[in-house]
Design a protein around this ligand. Sequence first.
Ligand code: NAD
Ligand code: 89V
Length: 343
Amino acid sequence: MTGLKGALIGCGFFAINQMHAWNDVDGAEIVAICDRDPERLKLVGDQFGIERRYSDAEAMFADGGFDFFDIATTVQSHRALVEMAARNKIPAICQKPFAKTLADAKAMVEACRAAGVALMVHENFRWQTPIQAVRKALDAGAIGTPFWGRFSFRSGYDVFSGQPYLAEGERFIIEDLGIHTLDIARYLLGDVSSLTARTKRVNPEIKGEDVATILLDHENGATSVVDVSYATKLPKEPFPETLIELDGSEGTIRLSQGYGLEITNGRGTTVMDVSPKLLSWASRPWHNIQESVYAIEQHWVDQLRRGAEHSTSGADNLKTFALVEAAYDSAARGQTIDVRAML
Ligand code: NAD
Ligand code: 89V
């Protein structure tokens, strides 16, 4: 079967990972790229040998010749670009955060639904090898029915050196990183009915919050805590690991720093190494995220070919995005937010 041809827009910091991963994906290749910054366009075009280069997305669509659109720009342009894909009847992948507001995100999902094209949000953290291992253990019933969880990402890593824009927004850690942690909580413990959040800014050099603690009530009755921080200096830097604790009716799961997975139940305790692979183009400590980029891109191609829904479809991601908005709202008002009422 011939491979799918893709066009990527946004040749910035993270797109390098996306381009490397597309080279590894079975059944797809990138044939055109677009960036309004000529230096980034040249750098990525030359590095990955892409001849078709554009500074304007409309011009790229006018020339056509691609089967899907991979949006790797920052959030400001996401709605316009997803709607452009829908108008042109081209399936699209959109980086997180999906949109600036939940209302925009809903409009983007509706535009693609009405056009009959697939829309997937590049919410890659659930595709990380250690997270998949936890999901597999839960699905196998290793701890019975989970009733409590903690999803924790605490770090002192200088994330601003690679992504300087993160220091400039009114919103920071929940919108950029907590969005992944909230998605993992949903992926492992199910959808959320209400939440309560508290935030703080510790680093005086940035505008937004760099610490957040969020209490989630899941629809199935489980309770969990999502806690994220970029103001936590530890003896051994854990970036970019998500640490997990799950208690269930028949046992416990612990995913600890260094990618150790410990499962305890009536049969005793098993310990596994669930480290991600170091792909040929990857580098530590980012290899965990880089491998998940490859995994989500392969999933995009496989589901598109089957005509099946994507794990992080636009519709699915509305339920994660609502948690981000609810967390900011809860922290601002000091109240518990009814998430179901937002959807
Ligand atoms: P960046 O600023 O380095 O790159 C964005 C690029 O898009 C820039 O080169 C810019 O010139 C270009 N661009 C923006 N709007 C454009 C438009 N309308 N037309 C053409 N070009 C345009 O940003 P980044 O750090 O690469 O982040 C991009 C997105 O990826 C963000 O939404 C970010 O949150 C997300 N991200 C995701 C992960 C992950 O693990 N999923 C990791 C890092 C970043
Ligand atoms: O996923 C992200 O958007 C990145 C990082 C993992 C560094 O927070 O900003």
